[in-house]
Design a binder for this molecule. Sequence first.
Ligand code: ADP
Length: 459
Amino acid sequence: MGKIQKILVANRGEIAIRIFRACTELKIRTVGIYSAEDSGSFHRYKADEAYLVGKGKKPIDAYLDIEGIIAIAKDSGADAIHPGYGFLSENVEFARRCEEEGIIFIGPRSTHLDMFGDKVKAREQAVKADLPVIPGSGGPVSSLEEVQTFGEQNGYPIIIKAALGGGGRGMRVVRSADETAESYERAKSEAKAAFGSAEVYVEKFLDKPKHIEVQILADTYGNVVHLYERDCSVQRRHQKVVEIAPSITISEDLRTEICEAAVRLMKNAGYVNAGTVEFLVDGEKNFYFIEVNPRIQVEHTITEMVTGIDIVHSQIYIAEGRSLSDQETGIPEQKDIPLFGYAIQSRVTTEDPLNNFMPDTGKLMVYRSGGGFGVRLDAGNGFQGAVITPHYDSLLVKVSTWGMTFKEAAAKMERNLQEFRIRGIKTNIPFLENVVKHPDFLSGKYNTSFIDETPDLFI
Ligand code: ADP
């Protein structure tokens, strides 16, 4: 390994642009790919060179065209591929094909994707590393009787999860014994349809926990550091909506314990590159491992704002074979990693909060964003005249704000969201404003049920 000269980003939208920017800062050339539907999308023009991918394929499948992407990487002379999040980022076959072709995959090894892509295997790893896990079936369940016995022994509610699930999908909460038969059947068929495998497992469903996750960086020499935690409890349908770094409610002791547990797991697994270990926190002291995301995440921005560490730069350095202690990477030793102030991220989407978050499409007639001190904007097609199509996820722009105190970060967020002027397309901005000014949000009295149980957010 040596210095990477040219990186192909196998993704679209804001994350592709985020990665191009990091590459340019490191004097690395960039290659973009775009589907036919994305021929007018901004990420295409933000790359030094860009190529059409997946000709004749469906809009999503274009970005899943493994051989097409590898061919573009080879033809354009890219020596590395960054997969971003979603699409091929956790695809074992893709990482393996890159390894075979001598292209650096900027992420963990294919063996780690295999280990952590399957939540049943991930849980086994967590148990091996002595992390607390939620009482569960321990392995896949193969009959309705098993689910019912688990429910009887542990009490309802329980949650049936797809082993290969992700993105908040492939989960079903079962509140009583008489719901098990239908839920089990539906969970299996949904898992099969969405993730290609009907394998499911069962866990106790915790009552209103917080979702706390730890950002990890690991080099190829076995050094692992954490960049503290994020609180991603503000969720809708198990999907994150607003994220905070660091958590404003956990104690110093619990923070240390959770961060150390995350490092222990990743060290034990021989993990490489950036990753996130996710936990549910129940009460003051109890935390449980739920899963590992072996990739960059949407909400990495707020960790960057409170630690000053550029996670995409770090990913590239690690992929070049540099050690975390290499001075040039700018990554301090664990004990010196700063945690400075508070950051909040809001995911602005083209969804109508007053119509059950139905995605909206069409032309952005007006697009004016906020700005000012302590504000960071990561947009995909965030410009006047952009056409929002129904083909991809509805994330329009990530608004992240920083403040010395949490209240200050929240005030900046509210002011920024108010400043946005978007016409022609409906967005969830009014809803996000209601979240970030809500007294329960500001005082930390929220958990993963906050949105479901707070009807005044929808006014
Ligand atoms: P995904 O991979 O789809 O993101 P996760 O396993 O990370 O799924 O869970 C996403 C969210 O679902 C969690 O943040 C939490 O809100 C909820 N959840 C998952 N498992 C449980 C559980 N056992 N008890 C309560 N909530 C859960």
